[in-house]
Design a protein around this ligand. Structure first.
Ligand SMILES: C[S@@+](CC[C@H](N)C(=O)[O-])C[C@H]1O[C@@H](n2cnc3c(N)ncnc32)[C@H](O)[C@@H]1O
Length: 248
């Protein structure tokens, strides 16, 4: 794996790319070419964790653990929906917390296949589905898990999970359940007007989520070696989010 020679500061996170030399052939992959990355064992870990020092799964799991403990509850009772689960790195952190049930969910089948290949039996089950359009049968099955925790790590923004998918997942969690996720720091800035940032601000600053922990931290490095800061957020769901709250 090689990073491009030219400086890439001008590129958005989802446009950043790297070169991969495989069997003598060089190819160019974008950071968000998840299917191609997951198909190659170890490449996702090498890129985001070894080279770019991503800390987000460990950080979000640790604030979830401390928020749950400070509320006098136990992580071992959590029934978790891990949305945007990818190949299971957040799942590993959640297993360390000793959660009761763990379902992975992602929009692409390559994520599920990589997870079964690299971390078999990590999740109790893994659903491949678009949470922006959950059909009635899958919704029924998801409801039967009685989730009391939603985690979404490194998957909100930059063309990944859209607001409707996140809100649909949020609404599958029982009231009083836990929600833990991370977002780029600018998403809480009122000058940022994307649908997702407005939806997240509605969640964080109104009555749907009671914030227990909000922390700015270094998500990872850019390929130029600069820190990229995110917020990690953990809170308790108060009520379902009405779908008309999502800015159109
Ligand atoms: C950067 S990866 C994060 C994976 C994992 N949570 C981690 O921290 O290593 C983002 C994941 O979000 C998934 N994703 C993107 N859009 C999605 C959607 N609409 N619904 C579910 N997953 C989605 C991608 O397929 C990808 O696996």
């Amino acid at each position: 794996m090689q990073f491009p020679v030219a400086e890439s500061d001008h590129l958005d996170q989802d446009e950043t790319y790297f070169h991969l030399v495989e069997d003598g052939e060089q190819m160019r992959l974008r950071f968000h070419d998840y299917a191609a990355i997951y198909r190659r064992p170890g490449l996702y870990e090498q890129l985001f964790y070894d080279r770019l020092k991503c800390e987000s799964p460990a950080k979000v799991a640790s604030i979830l653990r401390s928020a749950v403990a400070q509320a006098g509850e136990v992580s071992s009772r959590l029934r978790v929906l891990d949305l945007g689960a990818g190949n299971g790195i957040m799942g590993e952190e959640l297993r360390r917390l000793g959660v009761a049930r763990l379902l992975g969910a992602d929009i692409i089948s390559e994520a599920a296949e990589a997870c079964y290949r690299d971390r078999p039996s990590l999740y109790d089950d893994y659903v491949v589905c678009d949470f922006a359009e959950i059909d009635a049968e899958v919704r029924e099955e998801l409801r039967s898990w009685s989730f009391n925790c939603l985690t979404t790590v490194a998957a909100l923004g930059f063309g990944d999970i859209p607001p409707l998918a996140f809100v649909n997942a949020f609404n599958l969690i029982r009231p009083d359940g836990w929600v833990a996720f991370n977002i780029k720091q600018t998403f809480l800035d009122h000058r940022e007007t994307t649908e997702l940032s407005r939806t997240i601000r509605e969640l964080v600053f109104t009555d749907y989520l009671e914030i227990h922990h909000l922390e700015r931290y270094r998500h990872r490095l850019s390929i130029e070696g600069d820190p990229i800061f995110y917020y990690a957020i953990a809170g308790k769901k108060v009520a379902d989010v009405p779908l008309d709250l999502i800015p159109g």
